[in-house]
Design a protein around this ligand. Structure first.
Ligand code: NAI
Ligand code: MG
Length: 338
């Protein structure tokens, strides 16, 4: 079998605890996994003056796939520091961020709502919007620019339609704020609708982002695939993650022109880092997204996802899911189920 090359970037905080667990799981379900360790993040910045060394970028490039943990970013401006994940997305043109949420069977702790189980996927535009980081002062006005282009809107829409087309319900919801931002969000919506012409089997809906947030909090089971701009996708996926067991469970995959970077949605969780209690599920489910969408190993992806959900169902819950299991105990159960 052809080797699978994976660049492993644990980063800061709990990233260093959960990424090794995800690697163990990948080793269990694949043959011939070739690992390359690389550095990035705040700790790397304080040691080397660079949060994302060139060696890390070349390692990702040559592997074609990476598993990234999380980094700590200061919320004040630090000269020379930029969030490495945002840089990686731009550098490799990772224009789609896939963030699925699947409802947990609630043995305890996790809320459950009646009706069909929640199984939704947010396709977040990953390269522009407010994340271009163009902020400046003009007199007393603090200004942030938000850029939406036709080409970026069309390519994220195409990814979302392809995903929706491959799912049983074949529904796509375009989320925007075109009533207030007709030039930018109106364009995003129109581009998405235009791409939809190529996918006649997919039912298209659209929602304003505030309504979408309300419905994700009240009737999440009605959603299948959501496509939206960068910041809205960031926020809505955190709302959705509550139904899937919370931030510790939520996975993500950045894809674009070939390179893929899997990363749990959560950050470095400094409040719990180093205690051995971080939830490894988000990192492991992110590795499953790499298997499914990058390496096209859907059978292995299914096995990993089933093992994670089964272990949680069996009561192996870390503190964030209302239990007492350690990172190690939950990982060991997942490995044994594999
Ligand atoms: P966070 O996601 O690190 O933590 C939010 C809450 O979720 C905390 O209560 C934390 O304990 C909990 N949590 C997160 N991951 C968990 C896990 N695996 N298991 C159990 N509980 C978990 O977000 P926060 O606190 O806003 O940010 C902390 C740092 O992380 C900041 O420096 C921020 O810039 C960075 N960050 C990095 C991201 C990335 O690298 N992709 C994404 C989000 C935040
Ligand atoms: Mg976020």
């Amino acid at each position: 079998m052809k080797p699978l090359n994976l660049c492993v970037i644990p980063g800061d905080g709990v990233g260093r605890e959960v990424i090794p667990c995800a690697v163990e799981v990948l080793q269990r379900v694949t043959a011939n996994l070739n690992l390359v360790q690389a550095d990035a993040g705040w700790d790397c910045f304080t040691r080397t003056g660079n949060a994302l060394p060139d060696a890390t970028l070349s390692a990702i490039e040559s592997c074609g796939a990476a598993l990234f943990g999380a980094v700590s970013s200061p919320s004040r401006k630090v000269e020379g520091y930029r969030s490495p994940i945002v840089q990686m997305r731009q550098h490799f043109d990772l224009y789609a961020n896939l963030r699925p949420t699947r409802e947990l069977n609630a043995a305890d702790g996790v809320r459950r709502i009646s009706g069909a189980p929640i199984d939704l996927l947010i396709a977040r535009e990953n390269t522009q919007g407010l994340y271009i980081g163009r902020e400046y002062m003009r007199g007393e006005e603090a200004i942030a620019e938000r850029v939406i282009t036709k080409s970026a809107s069309e390519r994220i829409a195409r990814v979302a339609f392809e995903l929706a087309n491959g799912r049983p319900r074949k529904q796509l919801t375009i989320v925007h704020k075109a009533n207030i931002l007709p030039i930018t969000d109106g364009r995003f919506r129109d581009c998405a609708r235009a791409v939809g012409v190529d996918f006649p089997a997919v039912t298209i809906n659209e929602l304003l982002v505030d309504t979408a947030a309300m419905l994700l909090a009240s009737r999440p089971q009605q959603f299948d695939v959501i496509v939206t701009t960068n910041l809205f996708g960031d926020i809505l996926s955190d709302v959705a993650s509550v139904w899937g067991g919370g931030m510790g469970v939520a996975p993500a995959l950045n894809i674009g022109r070939g390179v893929a970077i899997a990363e749990p949605v959560h950050g470095s969780a400094p409040d719990i880092a180093g205690k051995g209690i971080a939830n490894p599920s988000g990192a492991i489910l992110s590795a499953a997204l790499l298997l499914r969408y990058h390496w096209h190993m859907s059978e292995e992806a299914d096995r990993v996802e089933s093992a994670v959900y089964a272990a949680i169902d069996q009561g192996l819950r870390t503190a964030d899911m209302g239990g007492q299991a350690s990172t190690r105990a939950l990982t060991d159960r997942i490995l044994s189920l594999l």
